[in-house]
Design a protein around this ligand. Structure first.
Ligand code: SF4
Length: 475
């Protein structure tokens, strides 16, 4: 994670804006996501209905969270799997290590998992002496670069092709070769990772959905790495969180349909798999052990609060791709694993408001995030509520507090307010261009009169016209 965490947002954003390689990587990647999502949605007439059904399924699941989780556990045990409960990231990490040690496992291949990132699982495993290799290409790249992910579905979105080639040359002892084309890079990663898949004792993956009615987990990837991590090693460990459970396969398919379209603009992810337990006698392959670890880490405390809708998030990343703040500063500026609008809500809720003071304000409130969110999460409203909490707890920066107090006093005295508007207008005209940050267009008043002055003139003219025309009837 970023060493200054979310509280370093302002400085980290400035750094990101000054980083030309990052700006070029962000520009290329982001526009692709937006276009593909729009095309995929335009091809489905009933997308609004699909979204409404997925939202209803998730709402109902949250309303019955405890019984559904119990049903999931019972069914998974019946299938031969094991369920473990973790209140905190430390408990999750300790459980993974205990399972790996009991199975005499040392080499671990890992599929992409945001819960793994939230728990800093790799660091915990490596410091305990395990060999961990990330199998998702993006995660593998940032593992080599020793960086956190900068996007929830495209972890290495901040890297240019040239930067990836440099990393591969540094870490793969494969002699002189051409790494100019993307296909060269993908081919090399495939060769290196194949060895890791074949020699791993333990496979760790995340889960996109948990199905209570049959104890299955759904896993989607576009590289097939999740399936290789789940089926080749002797032990499959799934690290996931409690809010992912839904009642039925039908509900799971609703979520998967909106997820693929919103995330990558696909009708379905290239590999959409369901895993229900360890290998059975008649199965040609699969792991001998199947474990699911369910993390809470503050999620159950969100139930029944105004922030409960955040538990509907399916981590599609659409709000990031459409956010004018995220698309300019990238993910690392946010200082923790969840960036963009969803991260600005989730980080203060999971890490505490004090650990993420700038995030509720890391928004232009343009509303695009809510508009594109397939789960209808009212992100701007949740950010506003976090701001209100900050204000009530007097946690916002002192200069903002002074500004707000001044504004509230002025707005209670119309004459003073109006006088202040005129003064501000004059000052904006006078303000030298370079006093405004480089990245913004300087604000200039658009006319000679303020809104209030125009309103007053119109009202006066309206009265004059009414007096000249006499009373109007029949309207
Ligand atoms: S908040 Fe909505 S748009 Fe953003 S990641 Fe979650 S589900 Fe996707």
């Amino acid at each position: 994670m970023n060493k200054h965490g979310a509280n370093g947002f302002a400085a980290q954003s400035q750094q990101a804006l000054d980083d030309t390689a990052l700006q070029s990587a962000l520009g290329h990647a982001q526009s692709g996501f937006v276009k593909k999502r729009a095309q995929a949605i335009a091809m489905v007439d009933e997308f609004e209905q699909l979204k409404a059904n997925a939202q209803a399924a998730k709402r109902q699941a949250l309303a019955n969270l405890a019984p559904l989780l119990e049903q999931f556990e019972q069914n998974l045990i019946r299938n031969g799997g094991e369920v473990h409960w973790a209140q905190t990231p430390q408990e999750l990490n300790a459980t993974v290590m205990a399972i790996a040690r009991n199975a005499n496992g040392r080499r671990i291949i890992k599929g992409k998992s945001m819960i793994g990132e939230e728990c800093e699982l790799n660091a915990a495993l490596e410091s305990a002496g395990f060999d961990v290799v990330e199998s998702d290409l993006g995660e593998y790249i940032i593992q080599l670069a020793k960086e956190p992910p900068s996007h929830i579905i495209a972890p290495a979105i901040h890297k240019t092709r040239q930067q990836v080639a440099e990393l591969f040359r540094q870490y793969h002892a494969l002699g002189e070769r051409g790494l100019d084309a993307i296909s060269d890079l993908v081919g090399e990663a495939r060769t290196v990772l194949r060895e890791a898949f074949l020699t791993a004792d333990i496979g760790i993956t995340g889960a996109n959905v948990l199905v209570a009615e049959n104890g299955s987990i759904a896993l989607v990837t576009n590289e097939g790495n999740g399936d290789l991590s789940a089926t080749l090693p002797r032990v499959h460990i799934v690290v996931t969180s409690i809010e992912k459970v839904v009642a039925s396969m039908e509900d799971a398919s609703l979520i998967l349909e909106v997820l693929a379209r919103s995330a990558t603009g696909q009708h379905m992810s290239a590999y959409t798999s369901f895993y229900s337990g360890p290998r059975q006698a008649q199965d040609p392959d699969g792991p001998d052990q199947f474990h699911v670890i369910l993390l809470d880490n503050g999620r159950s405390e969100m139930l029944g609060t105004p922030f409960e809708p955040m538990l509907n998030c399916i981590k599609c990343g659409a709000c990031l791709n459409h956010c004018p703040v995220y698309t300019n500063v990238g993910g690392h500026a946010y200082g923790w694993v969840y960036p963009g609008p969803m991260g600005s809500v989730l980080t203060p809720l999971l890490q505490g408001l004090d650990a993420a003071l700038p995030l509720p304000n890391a928004s232009t409130f343009c509303g695009r995030c809510e508009e594109v969110c397939p789960m209808g999460i009212p992100l701007p409203d949740l950010l506003r509520q976090l701001r209100a909490q900050q204000h009530e707890q007097k946690r916002e920066p002192r200069r903002w507090r002074w500004g707000l107090t001044l504004y509230s006093r002025l707005s209670r005295h119309p004459r003073l307010f109006s006088w202040n508007l005129r003064l501000s207008r004059a000052m904006l005209r006078w303000l030298p261009q370079r006093a405004w940050p480089n990245q913004r267009t300087p604000i200039r008043p658009s006319g000679d009169t303020t809104f209030l002055e125009q309103w007053r003139t119109r009202a006066q003219n309206g009265l004059k016209n009414a007096a000249q025309n006499g009373p109007q009837q029949g309207k």
